[in-house]
Structure formats: structure tokens, C-alpha cells
Write a new protein. Structure first.
Length: 317
């Protein structure tokens, strides 16, 4: 894409968000955190550093740009860009634009806040706002904070059905206490993410009276994508996680992997590359199987289109 922006031009609110985990162990953190949270509306408007100016590469292209383009882009000789990671640390949005017709998105996530900031889930809002069909709603890290290992309420069955991997749960009043915790654990285990996780969305039409069709998480035995007519975008997620095959490096604990470290030794670079390679190898065969399944899906749809076309011509003749 060739265009970059400066991460240093973030707002004070974004800066605090980055250093907040480091400060959480300090005495009096709770009070300070509450105070800063109360001023968030002010902090999000302050940019300590202005973004760098670059030549306006779309100047004079008014007739070729969307009507929603800000007027300033048609008159300014230069523009200022900030790092898009402030909106989403994964560069997914350009791939969802109308006309791209993307089948598979492979997302490599090396974010420092990989579990706390669910960047895949953030894309749900973008897809809803722009009416994008096919995006796998609900993909990303499970929200463990909202799951409670307590007694199972009467809506457990409906919750299970809404998950990517449908689970049939039959609970009687006599077995509720005994089986409840086990059933919830099974749901949570199904959502645990490993080195490679794949979701497939649905291209079914949405209505205001119904929630978006749920995405489904596919496993090694589920690559046939049988429902080719309604299968949407497939998202392959590779988070940078610690791997026992590469000792001595942990994305969440190794100091040199801090957001604020800009100097790596050659050994540290080799470690990061080895970790990324090892994680990818853990899901390489699944990616190949998915690509083949997508090809088979497109082939099936093409053959069905050709069949219907030939049938129409046959009827006309």
C-alpha cells in the first residue's frame, strides 16, 4: 500500500493506554486510573506530536474520488496521516471495501496487547456500520471476563447454539448443577485460540429485526465448506504466541519486545523470526486446506452458474 503514518502522533489517551499495563502494579494506581478515565474525553483530543506532512498525492483527482472525500483533500498541497493502528492494529479495513471480493484474509497479529485488545472483534463494528456481508462476526479472542463458571441459567442452550461450533446441550433440573459447569467449560474450550484459528463468515442477507448470521469456526475435518452458496469471508488468525519449540522468547514477557524498544540485536531478530516461523508452521497445512476448500467453493458456484445458463438457453431453444 506504500503509505505510512506516525504512531507518535497518537493522542494522550492512546499513550496512556500503551503504558497502563506497566503502571498497574504501582501503589495508588486505581485512584489515578479512575481520575484519568474521567478525563478521557479531553485526553483523546490532545496530540503531543503533530503527524508528518507528505505531498498530497490525490490533489487534482476530484473527478476520480468518492463524493465523501473531505474538501481539504482537493485544496491542500500536503496532508498529514496518523498510524491506522489507533483504529485497528490489523490492516483489515481496506480488504473489506466494496469490489475487493476477498475470499481469505490471513492476519498475523504481533500486537503487544494481543488478548486485551481484540482487534478482530473491532472489525465487527466496521462490518456492521458499512453493511459488509461475509465478515465472520464474533471472531477473535473470547471475552473471558463475561463468562462465569457458575450455575447454568435457562438460556444456556441458546448461547451454545450461537457459538461457531454448535453444541447440543440437554439439561434437566436434576442434572443442572452437576453438568452445568462442565457444559460451560466445554464452550470456553471451544473458543480457546491457538497458533492458527480459522473462522468463516456468512453471506446471508441481514435484516434489522435479526442479529447478523453467526460465523463458524472450522476445524481440521471441516474444510469442505459444503454450504458454498452462503459461506462468506474466511479469516485465518496467526497471533504471535510463545512456542515451546523456540525457548528464550515470550511475546508478553520478553523485555526487548516492548512497544517502546526500537533497537534489536541480531540474535533477538533471529529469535522473533524463528518464533513467527514456528507459529506459522503449526497452521501451514490448515491454510493450504482452506485455500483448496475455497477454490472448490468457487468452482462449485461457477459450475452452478454455467448449469443454470445452459438450462436457460436450452429452454429458449
Amino acid at each position: 500500500m506504500g503509505i505510512w503514518g506516525s504512531a507518535f502522533c497518537a493522542t494522550l489517551a492512546h499513550y496512556y493506554k500503551e503504558i497502563r499495563p506497566v503502571l498497574s502494579g504501582l501503589a495508588g494506581f486505581a485512584g489515578m486510573d479512575t481520575l484519568i478515565a474521567g478525563r478521557n474525553d479531553d485526553l483523546i483530543k490532545v496530540h503531543p506530536f503533530d503527524p508528518a506532512q507528505i505531498p498530497n498525492f490525490v490533489l487534482g483527482l476530484r473527478d476520480h474520488l468518492p463524493a465523501s472525500t473531505p474538501e481539504s483533500l482537493h485544496t491542500s498541497d500536503s496532508i498529514q496521516l496518523m498510524d491506522a493502528g489507533m483504529s485497528n492494529n490489523l490492516p483489515i479495513y481496506p480488504l473489506l471495501r466494496q469490489g475487493r471480493d476477498v475470499d481469505i484474509i490471513i492476519a498475523f497479529d504481533a500486537s503487544a496487547d494481543i488478548r486485551q485488545e481484540n482487534w478482530l472483534r473491532v472489525a465487527d463494528g466496521y462490518a456492521l456500520q458499512r453493511g459488509i456481508k461475509g465478515w465472520p462476526m464474533g471472531s477473535g479472542w473470547p471475552d473471558q471476563g463475561k463468562e462465569k463458571m457458575g450455575s447454568v441459567s435457562t438460556d444456556l442452550e441458546s448461547k451454545a447454539k450461537s457459538m461457531n461450533d454448535s453444541i447440543e446441550i440437554e439439561i434437566t433440573h436434576e442434572k443442572e448443577k452437576k453438568q452445568g459447569k462442565k457444559a460451560v467449560k466445554e464452550q470456553l474450550n471451544l473458543q480457546d485460540l491457538g497458533y492458527c484459528t480459522i473462522w468463516v463468515g456468512s453471506s446471508e442477507e441481514r435484516t434489522s429485526a435479526h442479529p447478523p448470521p453467526p460465523s463458524r469456526r472450522i476445524d481440521d475435518e471441516d474444510f469442505e465448506l459444503a454450504d458454498a452458496s452462503t459461506s462468506g469471508i474466511a479469516v485465518v488468525y496467526f497471533p504471535l504466541l510463545a512456542n515451546p519449540s523456540v525457548p528464550g522468547i515470550h511475546p508478553e514477557k520478553s523485555d526487548f519486545l516492548s512497544t517502546w524498544n526500537f533497537v534489536y540485536t541480531s540474535e533477538q531478530i533471529d529469535q522473533v523470526v524463528a518464533l513467527a516461523r514456528s507459529n506459522f508452521e503449526a497452521g501451514e497445512n490448515r491454510v493450504k486446506a482452506l485455500v483448496r476448500a475455497m477454490w472448490q467453493r468457487k468452482k462449485a458456484l461457477r459450475e452452478e452458474t454455467e448449469r443454470l445458463r445452459d438450462e436457460r438457453w436450452s429452454n429458449l431453444s
